[in-house]
Write a protein that binds this ligand. Structure first.
Ligand code: MN
Length: 165
C-alpha cells in the first residue's frame, strides 16, 4: 500500500465509518445523528404526542430497532398486523393493551406482541413513556380497528376503560 492509499483509508475511517458504528446517547433520550420524527395529534385521535427515532435500519439486519416516546397522557396507535414486536420499556410508566388484557408497564419490562394482536401504549399522566421496539425490516402495514372491532374490544370492561383514557 502506498502512502496516498493509506491516507485515503484513514480519511474514510475518520469521517465515514466511525460515526455510523457508534452513535452516542444524548440528553432527552436522543441519539447522535438520529432524526426524531414527531407526530402531531391527528383528527381521529388514533395516536397523540408520540415521536419516533429509528436507531437501526441496516439492510444487513433482518430487523429494525426504533425508540418511541409519548408525552405524559400520550398514546400510540391502536393497531394490529401480521408482524410481531419485541418491546423494552426504557423510561416512564404507563399501560398497554395486549389483545383482551391491559397491563401496567415500567422501565425494563419486556413486552411481546404476537402476530395480529391488538395493541396500544398509553403514558401515565405524570411523565413520558419511552420504549424500544424491535420489528421485522420487511413487514405488513398496520391494520386499524373497524367499528365492529372496537365494539368487541369495548365489551371487555378493562379494555373499555383503557380505550376511554
Ligand atoms: Mn404495532
Amino acid at each position: 500500500m502506498d502512502k496516498a492509499t493509506h491516507m485515503d483509508s484513514e480519511t474514510l475511517l475518520d469521517h465515514e465509518i466511525r460515526p455510523a458504528l457508534l452513535r452516542g446517547f444524548q440528553d432527552g433520550y436522543r441519539w447522535q445523528d438520529v432524526t426524531c420524527r414527531p407526530y402531531k395529534e391527528d383528527g381521529a385521535a388514533l395516536f397523540r404526542d408520540i415521536s419516533r427515532q429509528v436507531l437501526f435500519e441496516d439492510p444487513a439486519l433482518e430487523c429494525e430497532l426504533r425508540y418511541f416516546e409519548m408525552a405524559a397522557s400520550g398514546y400510540s396507535t391502536l393497531e394490529r398486523h401480521e408482524h410481531a414486536h419485541g418491546v423494552m420499556i426504557l423510561r416512564g410508566h404507563g399501560r398497554c393493551l395486549l389483545g383482551d388484557a391491559v397491563r401496567e408497564v415500567a422501565p425494563f419490562d419486556l413486552v411481546r406482541i404476537p402476530s395480529l394482536m391488538w395493541h396500544q401504549f398509553r403514558a401515565s399522566a405524570s411523565e413520558p413513556l419511552g420504549f424500544l421496539c424491535m420489528v421485522n425490516r420487511l413487514r405488513d402495514r398496520p391494520q386499524l380497528p373497524s367499528e365492529a372491532d372496537l365494539a368487541d374490544l369495548r365489551a371487555i370492561p378493562a379494555v373499555a376503560a383503557f380505550l376511554a383514557g
